[in-house]
Design a protein around this ligand. Structure first.
Ligand SMILES: [Mn+2]
Length: 167
């Protein structure tokens, strides 16, 4: 099981809360960018984080490819691949990197979508939700054999019933 959050936009406490909740049980914690915190912040110990379009600290990478629980996990913010227009550009990159799971943020909306071999997940925003679901949220991803269970949680760490996916 690993945890993905994004777009915390200056809210350091929410990162701390999620980190404290999962640091002893999750195999990894990801943040898809737009934290607007310094890249040297100690909060990032044990978290993989990338640069968002609102991050002006050049210490953040644009993307990271990391093996987690035997899967290739790609993480990027998404603005460089125009994810506001869809996943076409990001899918070229993710397929070139042979990603099993491709994480992104930027649009502040939950997305779970499989294209060819790759599952794309946007965890929504822990600070500024937009669109259909006005809920601050993050995603918990469980890998069972060849099945992915993607469970969105609110900031009380409760599953959001309408945002539970198996694929
Ligand atoms: Mn953002």
């Amino acid at each position: 099981m690993f945890v993905v959050m994004s777009d915390s936009h200056y809210d350091r406490e929410v990162i701390k809360s999620i980190k404290e909740k999962y640091q002893n049980t999750a195999s990894h914690i990801f943040h898809c960018g737009d934290s607007e915190l310094p890249s040297s912040d100690e909060i990032w110990k044990g978290i993989t984080v990338v640069a968002g379009n609102c991050d002006y600290d050049d210490g953040y990478p644009e993307y990271v490819l990391k093996e987690v629980e035997g899967k290739n996990v790609l993480i990027t913010h998404g603005h460089l691949f125009y994810v506001g227009l869809g996943l076409e550009h990001y899918s070229y990159f993710a397929e070139e990197k042979e990603a099993d799971i491709a994480l992104f943020g930027h649009i502040h909306r939950p997305v779970v979508q499989k294209i060819n071999h790759t599952v794309y997940v946007n965890p929504g925003s822990v600070a500024q939700p937009r669109g259909e679901y006005d809920i601050k949220m993050y995603a918990v991803i469980e890998i069972e054999e060849e099945q992915y269970n993607i469970s969105y949680h609110n900031l009380q760490h409760e599953p959001i019933p309408e945002l539970q996916f198996k694929l």
